[in-house]
Ligand binder design. Structure first.
Ligand SMILES: NC(=O)c1ccc[n+]([C@@H]2O[C@H](COP(=O)([O-])OP(=O)(O)OC[C@H]3O[C@@H](n4cnc5c(N)ncnc54)[C@H](OP(=O)(O)O)[C@@H]3O)[C@@H](O)[C@H]2O)c1
Length: 303
């Protein structure tokens, strides 16, 4: 089926979303305001981004009707490795309630467990099921879950996650889990689609330089294809993920880039070039690499 600017996935989520990671508390209101003005109607947030007040203020002041904006946020599950307390059932319920106050909202459209970092992840999931039941979120899902960790939920007989938000780009093409999600009707959402670029997270302290040598070979092919198709490298990567059936998230604090990243429907990548990009897969995750971990693998399976 042809995708267009107004296409949505099964959850009613606009396919192109604006991500708010690595945007400071001070910058977040202005950035989300510009994103909404650039046309984005899907905002991705998280407890751990520590900037939800600004996001909430921008949404409120935009004058856009609440039901025209799809808002995702995430609970941070805790992490023993980092000495952080793991959230239990009650903590998880209370976290969304606090986030709604910061966001100045009555409900979110999608609530996710940020990563399977905690041994308490099944009771955290039970809390998400309850949060949906009481109407504080319309949809529930997970992030950074592989097949094994999604199966833990299915095997426990609980409601299925409606979506899984994962790192997804040609160097980290997630072939196995994508197939599993497709078979089980779990909607895929891509993050860090721009990780292959040399510009990705390049400002001081953003950690984008880690593993940069692994990207070098891919960068020349991405450059050649984007030149041939007469689009920017960023647009090529975002469009690749869309053509793979994913909803995408893109972050920039720069208005010009926001507009560029939102405009992905006036071209398409031919089959031959899609296959060339598919050939770049290294199965390598970059997004959490500055912390020295791959969130999909850090906590052992529950049994
Ligand atoms: N669930 C998770 O664990 C998880 C993990 C990572 C991300 N996410 C979500 O996914 C969103 C997107 O991922 P991401 O933050 O890793 O970012 P991304 O959108 O893949 O890349 C952002 C980086 O690329 C630069 N950039 C943006 N547009 C560009 C363009 N047109 N040309 C060149 N460079 C460009 C940005 O710089 P400037 O800002 O300076 O433009 C920034 O350094 C996040 O904000 C977050 O909402 C979720």
């Amino acid at each position: 089926m042809e995708i267009t600017q107004s296409s949505k996935n099964k959850l009613g989520m606009p396919l192109v979303g604006y991500g708010t990671y690595q945007i400071s508390k001070e910058e977040s209101e202005q950035s989300v305001k510009l994103a909404l003005e650039s046309g984005f109607r899907h905002i991705d947030s998280a407890e751990a981004y520590n900037n939800e007040e600004g996001t909430g203020a921008a949404i409120k002041n935009s004058g856009i009707a609440r039901d025209e904006i799809f808002i995702t946020t995430k609970v941070f599950p805790g992490n023993k490795l980092w000495g952080m307390q793991e959230k239990n059932y009650e903590d998880t319920l209370n976290t969304l309630k606090s986030q709604l106050q910061l966001l100045n909202l009555d409900y979110v459209d999608l609530y996710l467990i940020h990563a399977p970092l905690s041994e308490l992840r099944l009771e955290q999931w039970r809390a998400l099921v309850e949060l949906k039941k009481i109407g504080l979120t319309k949809h529930i899902g997970v992030s950074n879950y592989d097949e094994i960790r999604i199966r833990e939920i299915l095997d426990a007989g609980m409601d299925k996650p409606e979506t899984n938000q994962i790192e997804f780009h040609p160097l980290c093409a997630q072939v196995k889990v994508t197939e599993f999600m497709k078979q089980n009707g779990i909607e895929p959402i891509a993050y860090s689609s721009l990780a292959p670029l040399s510009d990705w997270r390049k400002e001081e302290g953003q950690g984008g330089g880690v593993l940069s040598e692994k990207k070098e070979k891919a960068q020349s092919l991405i450059h050649t294809i984007s030149k041939d198709l007469n689009v920017s490298e960023a647009k090529l990567l975002l469009r690749w993920a869309l053509q793979k059936g994913y909803a995408i998230l893109t972050k920039s604090t720069k208005e010009k880039r926001m507009k560029e990243n939102f405009d992905l429907f006036s071209f398409s990548i031919p089959e031959k070039e899609m296959a060339q990009l598919d050939g770049l897969n290294l199965g390598q995750a970059f997004a959490w690499a500055a912390n020295g971990l791959n969130p999909m693998e850090v906590a052992p399976p529950l049994k």
